[in-house]
Design a protein around this ligand. Structure first.
Ligand code: BGC
Length: 284
């Protein structure tokens, strides 16, 4: 399949999807927002009316291009470089975001990566990198988010004090051979999100996760970029379509908006039915 690309015209089309501008007056930060699912989220949040921070760690050109499309279509956006696994850099990023926008209402700890390996060959470096970005990164960003929501107090743009949308994966429940570090990190995100929601929901901070299935992005390119690979992937997807970043961006807008105000501590699976275990459709 060919991944649909984003540009200024596409950004204008996204804006037309949100005529009621549900996030108007709010400010959102998305980590790992210069490609893939993060880009889908940040473009949709901006299209729905939010001012956005496009975080990236490598690839400033891609982040700048996203900012240019959002600003060019009448929105507000800035790019900020920070490694989400580095405490000082995360703190500095939030400081810069608040200096620019005044506050943040929505934080999407999305940055994530894979370091796949046969288990007995997996190095400590591969284990640590995945855990540091996928799990510690979510902890550091969510912690700064909570601190900022508390500092700023309620304002009249949302019923919640703040919203955190963690990017998980179907692999928070589906075991994944050959990807033990990644599946362990996403299993961690599941209880991280739920425990945090349990701890802070009474302060009107909503914490939820999105668990994407197979979304065509750079992280899984070999799984969809040839016809043979795509056919094999579709065997795992009852809905028979590989996802695209827009599928996740739309879910992200809903979880960040007051339309989901009573949704707390939940994982929203956006996976074309991947978690239905397609293999059992004809057997078992
Ligand atoms: C992984 C992808 C994979 C998908 C479905 C995601 O979390 O990053 O590589 O295609 O799960 O298995």
């Amino acid at each position: 399949m060919v991944l649909p690309s984003y540009n200024l015209d596409r950004q204008r089309e996204l804006i037309a999807m949100y005529p009621q501008q549900p996030l108007k007056g709010q400010f959102a930060l998305v980590t790992g927002a210069n490609s893939g699912i993060g880009e889908g989220c940040v473009r949709h949040l901006a299209a729905a009316g939010a001012g956005v921070v496009v975080n990236y760690v490598r690839g400033p050109e891609a982040a700048d291009a996203i900012v240019a499309d959002i600003v060019g279509s009448g929105g507000r956006a800035i790019a900020i470089m920070a490694d989400v696994s580095n405490e000082e850099q995360v703190i500095a990023m939030f400081k810069q975001a608040v200096a620019e926008f005044g506050t943040l209402d929505i934080v999407v700890p999305n940055a994530g990566l894979q370091q796949d390996s046969k288990f007995e060959n997996m190095t400590v470096a591969q284990w640590d990198l995945v855990m540091n970005v996928n799990l510690k990164g979510q902890f550091l960003c969510a912690r700064e988010a909570v601190r900022e929501f508390e500092r700023r107090g309620f304002r009249d743009v949302s019923r919640a004090l703040g919203k955190i949308v963690c990017m998980s994966s179907v692999h928070e429940v589906i075991p994944w051979a050959g990807h033990v570090n990644y599946a362990a990190s996403k299993g961690g995100v599941k209880l991280f999100m739920q425990s945090l929601a349990q701890e802070i929901s009474d302060r009107r901070i909503r914490v939820n996760s999105i668990a994407p299935g197979a979304i065509a992005t750079p992280i899984n390119k070999p799984a969809w970029d040839t016809d043979a690979a795509e056919a094999k992937l579709l065997d795992l997807i009852p809905y028979n379509r590989v996802g695209i970043p827009d599928d996740i961006g739309q879910a992200c807008v809903w979880l960040a908006s007051d339309a989901s105000d009573y949704v707390v501590g939940t994982t929203l699976f956006v996976d074309g039915g991947m978690t239905l275990c397609e293999g059992f459709a004809t057997g078992g």
